[in-house]
Design a protein around this ligand. Structure first.
Ligand code: SF4
Length: 97
């Protein structure tokens, strides 16, 4: 029997075909400044979101396309996040489901 991979190892095996155009955006960055909890930072398993120098940074290249950030932002945040799938042929390629 083959042993189970850890989540980190399984995610580490994934490949990304990164588009030069970001598929994650903000409708208004000022909404993030006043966002009380910034739940996007907490829920993203790929750590796509970081608060740096007074603004939200989005490392869309690492996106796993779960959509958790969109739900968190629109339910608990200030609804700034504009979430789309990457363009056809781009994005994450899962190796272990
Ligand atoms: S949850 Fe939405 S509004 Fe709040 S910091 Fe994240 S993207 Fe901005």
């Amino acid at each position: 029997m083959v042993g189970r991979l850890s989540i980190a190892d399984a995610l580490g095996a994934d490949a990304f075909d990164t588009d030069s155009i970001a598929h994650l955006a903000l409708s208004d960055p000022q909404l993030c400044v006043t966002c009380a909890r910034r739940p996007c930072i907490q829920v993203c398993p790929a750590e796509v979101y970081h608060w740096e120098e007074g603004r939200l940074r989005i490392s869309y290249e690492n996106c796993l396309e779960t959509g958790a950030c969109r739900i968190a932002c629109h339910v608990l945040g200030n609804r700034a996040l504009v979430w789309n799938y990457p363009a056809t042929g781009h994005g994450v390629q899962y190796r272990y489901g």
